[in-house]
Structure formats: structure tokens, C-alpha cells
Design a protein around this ligand. Structure first.
Ligand SMILES: CC(C)(COP(=O)(O)OP(=O)(O)OC[C@H]1O[C@@H](n2cnc3c(N)ncnc32)[C@H](O)[C@@H]1OP(=O)(O)O)[C@@H](O)C(=O)NCCC(=O)NCCS
Length: 178
């Protein structure tokens, strides 16, 4: 489901090439197994997974930049020729990760057949509820201008904009207390 949701996103296109469902699927399989520690929720639609959200508190949200090459040589190894781009991509995200305490969002994805039906907003509401309960700040990265608008609806503001592996990306921040 996550691979379906993300396969046409610009960072996936840059890292894996067009239509590389195999690579996107492998990327999320590795992520689900090794990287997405923290809280995760799924949206069930007629008994099937229609959406997924994951969030995790800093400082355990991303590896340290110096840990990326080891990850590339071990858990990410099956991704083969995409590894140099993945190293460039995640090294930047790790460097940009704020030093201030925060709860990091990502990934969030909705089955393409189910998008624009409120599922993403429902998953975001669960995350925002957690931020408010914990009086925590929120942080995320994205690679689509329409997603920037989506996140603004939940109180996020753009913190930084940068081209990574040839695609514009944005980091966004939501102060504690919204
Ligand atoms: C981003 C995503 C999670 C949003 O989930 P969703 O279920 O489609 O979102 P919702 O139906 O709750 O949308 C709520 C509002 O956000 C805005 N929005 C969401 N997706 C949008 C899009 N692709 N283009 C323009 N506006 C969009 C709209 O204002 C929408 O309200 P509307 O449909 O009444 O106009 C989903 O589109 C997705 O999985 N995208 C691909 C993967 C991805 O980019 N994930 C986020 C990575 S940072």
C-alpha cells in the first residue's frame, strides 16, 4: 500500500526511476522492519488497509548521519543501484533534523484509489492528538507542493526548502501547542 502511494512521488522517481514498484516496495519493507519504530496506525476501509501513518519522538526518529553508510552496506543493500541516491537523500534529512525536541511524522500514505476521501486527514488527526497530548512540536519532510498545503491545514509551517537528488523538498514544523 505504501509503495503504491509513493511510487510516483518525486523523491521515489529520482531515487528509483519511473514505475519502480519493486524498488519502492523493497524500500518500505526494509523501513517497516528496521526503521519505523515508534507509533504506527492504519486506516481500515472495508477490512483492507487504506492508509498508514507513523511517527516517532526525537532523537530516535532518524539515524545519525554517520550511521547512514553502515545502513547502506547492511539493511539497505538489497536496493542496489539506488543506494548512492538514498545515502544523499537521507544524509540531508538527518542533517536537517531539528535539535529541538519533536515528534517526527513519516511516512504517511493513502492508497491511491482512496485519496481525497478524508483518510489522510483522519490519520493526521491521530498524530495531532498525540502532539497535543504530549505538548510536543511536530516535524516532517515532504516532496510535493500539494502536500505542503495539506500539512498547513494542521498547523505546520515551512521551515526549510532544498533540492535533494534533483527534486524540491520542504521541511515543516508545528510548534508545541499548535
Ligand atoms: C498526502 C496524502 C497522505 C493525503 O491523504 P488524503 O487521504 O488524500 O487526504 P484527504 O482526503 O484527507 O485530503 C484533505 C485535503 O488535503 C488537500 N489535499 C490532499 N491531497 C491533495 C492533493 N494531491 N492535491 C491537492 N490538495 C490535496 C485537499 O485540500 C484535501 O481536501 P479536499 O479533497 O476537500 O480538497 C495522500 O494524498 C498520499 O498518500 N499521497 C501520496 C504519498 C505522499 O505524498 N505522502 C506524504 C508524504 S510527505
Amino acid at each position: 500500500m505504501l509503495a503504491n502511494a509513493f511510487v510516483t512521488n518525486p523523491l521515489h522517481l529520482s531515487a528509483f526511476g519511473a514505475g519502480r514498484m519493486d524498488q519502492s516496495r523493497l524500500f518500505f519493507r526494509i523501513g517497516l522492519r528496521h526503521m519505523f519504530i515508534g507509533q504506527a496506525y492504519i486506516a481500515l476501509v472495508d477490512g483492507a488497509v487504506g492508509g498508514y501513518v507513523h511517527f516517532n519522538a526525537a532523537p530516535d526518529c532518524l539515524p545519525l548521519p554517520e550511521e547512514i553508510p553502515l545502513a547502506a552496506a547492511t539493511v539497505l543493500k538489497p536496493l542496489g543501484e539506488a543506494i548512492p541516491n538514498i545515502i544523499r537523500w537521507f544524509s540531508r534529512w538527518c542533517h536537517l533534523d531539528p535539535a529541538e525536541p519533536h515528534v517526527h511524522l513519516g511516512p504517511i500514505g493513502v492508497d491511491p484509489r482512496r485519496q481525497r476521501q478524508g483518510i489522510g486527514s483522519a490519520l493526521m488527526a491521530r498524530y495531532i492528538e498525540h502532539l497535543d497530548q504530549e505538548k510536543a512540536a511536530g516535524y516532517l519532510e515532504t516532496d510535493l507542493p500539494e502536500n505542503v498545503e495539506f500539512y498547513k491545514k494542521f498547523g505546520f509551517v515551512v521551515k526549510h526548502e532544498e533540492e535533494i537528488i534533483g527534486t524540491p523538498t520542504w521541511t515543516m514544523w508545528r510548534p508545541s501547542g499548535g
